[in-house]
Design a protein around this ligand. Sequence first.
Ligand code: NAD
Length: 495
Amino acid sequence: MTNGRFSAHSFHATQAELNQSFVSGLWMQAKGPRVLGLVDPHSEADAGSLVASESGLVDQAVRAARDALREWSRSPRTVRRNALEGLIQGIEARREIFAQTISAEIGAPIDFCHKQQVAAALAHLRATLAALECESNDSQLGPDPAHRVRYEAMGVAALITPWNWPLNQVVLKVGGALAAGCPMVLKPSEYATRTAVLFAQVMAELDLPAGVFNLVIGDGQTGADLVAHPGVDVVSFTGSTRAGSHIAATAAARFARTTLELGGKSPNLLFADCDLETAMTQGVAHCFRNSGQSCNAASRMLVERQVYDRAVALAAEIARATPLGAPAAPGPHLGPLVNRAQYERVQGYLDYGVTSDARLISGGPGRADGFAQGYYVTPTVFADVTPENRLFQEEIFGPVLTMTPFDGEDQAIALANQTPYGLAAYVQTSDPARADRVSRQLNAGMIQVNGTSRVQGAPFGGRGASGQGREAGIWGIRAFQDIKSISGAARMPQT
Ligand code: NAD
């Protein structure tokens, strides 16, 4: 066990640092038999190894968080606001090293890491801060001040995150839990541990009460141990639908609350009256963004039949013109997928796709041309994909777009809603009445029309196989709070 910070000269996590967790204000060396070899997604070279934390360390972390619960849940808003401000400043000051670390770890190109990965994290933290400033946790219900509703911290929070937006997903949860008054244990993805360790270094500098923030590094088993711990009151999980369903079942057995941000297969509906060239450029790019490794990727394009052939031709053209390149190289290219398992999974879908009744119009199976090594997948488009096809139904999590024609609004909506997922949906039309009508009927937690970005603080999350609950802004704070109604006692000045 070491008490203190990592090497002052650098915020790069070395191999020794990689295997440390942060529990009750102390850095602790992970020990145990489960060792995961890490591989550079660009070169496939050895990138160190991770020792997964075992249940004993998970138990220590949860106990530390429980010890901090009374103090943190009652902390004044100013204290929580200062913590969020300090976190924003800490990340701001290390933007470069965060971008480099994310880029090296998951293979995302460096400019994308600066402009999207790190920028999105900071924007979300600012939205959480703004929500904390504006919202009241204690509000009167009706004309009599003795009738009130209070939002109170739910208790100890378990935060489990994936690798694809590794800083953004961590801050969405940590920011919300901090603001809500919940001490927490963070278990980041085994494929993005270096980013999480850098993040923990920033948290350690905030000098929060010991146990408010704990980091336990490890694998899925470490996450499962955390979820199963009886000292955890609320679980916020982002990751696969498979793991989310295990987590929901474990938590339900003791009525622990869950927020689940899971997979997606989001439709993009292009009506004939849209600006087709713009919609195609934006739509294909959205699907391929982060090499297709985004839960809300617009991966299922539905196109009105009058413009379908033109859209297919444009998609092929845009996909062929989408460059691939090394994570460290500047520019707007796509990088490799994160690891071999992900690469093989996507290749499996591509192999299946070419033998299915879908029509391959660009890209296809095999390592991308020009790359002797690395998990590079050629951006791929399949046309004429029927709803029965697995490419239409299943989340691929790679740069693979499907295209399907439709006739009229009703069929477009029916096709859009024809998967178990319900995360995001995208609509392209020049008719405002249709935009509203269709948006209301789509089975998704988030609708974006004509390329409009979500405003910061808008609720993020979905339905069905895409999960439950919301993150971001006030919704991300409320996810860690319970509601109490008080009848007969007006709010008194607090000492
Ligand atoms: P994953 O489910 O394999 O792992 C996510 C995290 O959960 C990791 O930290 C992992 O160690 C842990 N984990 C795995 N099994 C667990 C278990 N049984 N109990 C507890 N923890 C467990 O997912 P991934 O491959 O890291 O991420 C990709 C998935 O995440 C995709 O399906 C993607 O759509 C989804 N995702 C969703 C959102 C969203 O907001 N809806 C955002 C990003 C990613």
